[in-house]
Design a protein around this ligand. Structure first.
Ligand SMILES: Cc1cc2nc3c(=O)[nH]c(=O)nc-3n(C[C@H](O)[C@H](O)[C@H](O)COP(=O)(O)OP(=O)(O)OC[C@H]3O[C@@H](n4cnc5c(N)ncnc54)[C@H](O)[C@@H]3O)c2cc1C
Length: 398
């Protein structure tokens, strides 16, 4: 007999990782049905979670969730061979400042601001020689470098391939009984102050269908307010590309936060560049104000924005200039408009049994396991034990 129907809306990293922790919670049993609904025709991880850089850092923010999340990433990688399965590895990370030699267009507007996690006064000292590059960081031009500064101590920064991590969480949850529905949730039904179900559109028949729910976890990223307008979440589009270096060129494992001045055009750009274990290189640019489309499958990729990222990256690296651009993509980042966040908890002011996991800004990959563990404790045990998240909660909702 089914005693609970837990429905997760959204197959990004937050929804899939929450499904993983719920299906492996010690209270999980066949009488507790867990279902994930994802709107994309192509399955999970089609949004920001499949198109992010993949940095996992002890120096991310907010601290309350980071402290849990980093350790959970380490455990997950050990338990499921994350090294081979989702590209888990420790990585060096630094800020690079200098000049570019071929920037040929004007940059964007909104920085994604990952470096906000580093308290200004506590930055580690610059590397061995002042303004110098590490010996093995050969894929940026030395003569264009003004200063390279390591951003954290060894062991404080790691990375995953975000698409592989998210889809692995999804597959591992399915192995433990997760049900999957492809469809776009259109409303969360409530009665007498409790959630009762989720209505969704079946993508094949275009019919309106519903699934009963005792508990609903809203993890629809930037789309979360379309189901719960009270949520103070805004959406920012960001573009990224992946570059495959030429045959035989090895890219040393560094993640660089760049500040590039193009003196000829008097422009400035700050792409983030991530070397990945399979020698793929990922780079992302600034955010823009493009409106959020109906679903993740309708996200429009602006070719010029991708070209701009490539030209900025190529302006400081011969190796990347000679590589081939593989993917040109865009996605929407969910940000808490009232500041702070992410929003993690039960929206008791709206309905009992309605749980929220969204607003992770530029740290959702890093903070997903901590968020998922907290949500699984809240749903299964009635309270979050792994962290004190009270300060993250905007009181209007939770
Ligand atoms: C360029 C860029 C680089 C980044 N790099 C990093 C990084 O290096 N490290 C890091 O920690 N974070 C990074 N991030 C942030 C990270 O990508 C996000 O915080 C995270 O992916 C958010 O995950 P999510 O599951 O909340 O949202 P999403 O990944 O957007 O997933 C939401 C899912 O919900 C689905 N959905 C929406 N509406 C519905 C509906 N009505 N019914 C059913 N399903 C629905 C969507 O289709 C989607 O699959 C980066 C972000 C960007 C944009």
């Amino acid at each position: 007999m089914t005693t609970r129907n837990i429905v997760i809306i959204g197959g990004g990293i937050i929804g899939c990782t929450t499904a993983y922790y719920l299906t492996r919670h010690r209270s999980a049993s066949p009488s507790i049905q867990i279902t994930l609904i994802e709107a994309s025709e192509h399955g999970p991880a089609q949004g920001a979670s499949g198109k992010a850089g993949g940095l996992v850092a002890r120096w991310a923010y907010p601290k309350e969730i980071v402290d849990v999340s980093f350790e959970e990433h380490v455990k997950l990688a050990e338990e499921h061979n994350g090294k081979d399965r989702w590209g888990w590895r420790y990585v060096a990370c630094g800020s690079w400042e200098g000049r570019g030699d071929v920037v040929d267009a004007v940059g964007g507007t909104k920085s994604l601001k990952k470096t906000l996690g580093l308290p200004g006064g506590q930055k580690p000292a610059p590397s061995r020689k002042k303004g110098g590059l590490p010996e093995d960081l050969l894929w940026v031009k030395e003569e264009l470098t003004d200063v390279y500064t390591p951003m954290a101590k060894d062991g404080a920064t790691a990375q995953v391939h975000p698409y592989l991590f998210t889809t692995s969480m999804f597959e591992l949850a399915k192995e433990k009984g997760l049900n999957f529905i492809k469809g776009r949730a259109i409303s969360i039904s409530r009665q007498d102050g409790r959630v009762t179900g989720v209505e969704y559109l079946d993508p094949t028949t275009h019919e309106r269908k519903s699934i009963p729910a005792t508990d609903v976890i809203l993890a629809a990223g930037a789309w979360s307010p379309t189901l719960l307008p009270e949520l103070p979440i805004t959406a920012t589009r960001a573009h990224s590309i992946t570059i495959r270096p030429a045959e035989g060129v090895t890219i040393a494992p560094y993640v660089l936060f760049t500040e590039i001045d193009d003196l000829a055009s008097a422009t400035h750009s700050s792409p983030e560049i991530y070397a990945r274990p399979d020698n793929e290189v990922y780079a992302c640019g600034p955010g823009d104000d493009c409106p959020l489309p109906t679903t993740v499958d309708d996200v429009v990729v602006d070719a010029a924005s991708c070209e701009l990222i490539y030209s900025h990256v190529a302006s400081i690296s011969q190796q990347l200039r000679e590589g081939t651009v593989d993917k040109r993509q865009a996605c929407f980042l969910p940000t808490v408009s009232t500041g702070g966040g992410p929003i993690i908890g039960e929206a008791t002011r709206i309905a009992k049994g309605l749980f929220i996991g969204t607003g992770h800004t530029c740290w959702g990959i890093s903070n997903a396991p901590g968020t998922a563990r907290a949500l699984s404790e809240l749903v299964m045990e009635g309270r979050i034990k792994c962290a004190n998240l009270k300060k993250l909660h905007p009181s209007v909702i939770l």
